[in-house]
Ligand binder design. Structure first.
Ligand SMILES: [Ca+2]
Length: 158
């Protein structure tokens, strides 16, 4: 019995457990990996167009939100930033319909109460950071400088 106990103790004391290797992030530096995408909240305010250009330079687009899981994740990121942030949704001048900059069709929306108000010059969509509106969307003035959220995605619309 004693020997069994001793050998058990020896077994536990002397096995070295190597820590697992760090997880390799599939995203560029500064981006958060989530699902098949990489996201980054840029807190320096820019107009909607300048924000989209900046995201495109990094190989992405202003973030599209294709389902409730994306919405929950992006809202969590934006709420941390404490300021409303641009997302990749813009109204087309031609027919008034909305489209995502990355080409995905709009099959999920999370408009705030009374939105989109569709006022003239309010064709760009930002996400509310205030807890009261909790990540809901608002069409607002494209020329307003706001923080923004970029998304780099491996999923290609088809
Ligand atoms: Ca509005």
């Amino acid at each position: 019995m004693f020997f069994i106990l001793l050998s058990t103790l020896l077994l536990f004391c002397c096995i070295s457990i190597n820590p697992p290797p760090p997880t390799h992030s599939p995203c560029p530096s500064g981006y958060i990996s989530w699902y098949l995408n990489c996201y980054k909240l840029v807190e320096e305010a820019a107009t909607w167009d300048a924000a989209q250009t900046a995201c495109a330079k990094a190989g992405g687009n202003l973030a599209s939100i294709d389902m409730s899981y994306d919405q929950a994740f992006v809202a969590g990121v934006v709420l941390q930033g404490k300021a409303d942030a641009w997302i990749g949704l813009k109204r087309k001048v031609q027919n008034g319909s909305y489209m995502w900059t990355d080409g995905w069709p709009v099959f999920f929306t999370q408009w705030g109460p009374g939105e989109p108000s569709n006022l003239e010059g309010e064709g760009c969509v930002s996400m509310h950071a205030s807890y009261f509106f909790h990540g809901t969307w608002n069409d607002t003035k494209c020329s307003d400088p706001k923080p923004y959220i970029c998304k780099i995605s491996k999923a290609i619309p088809h």
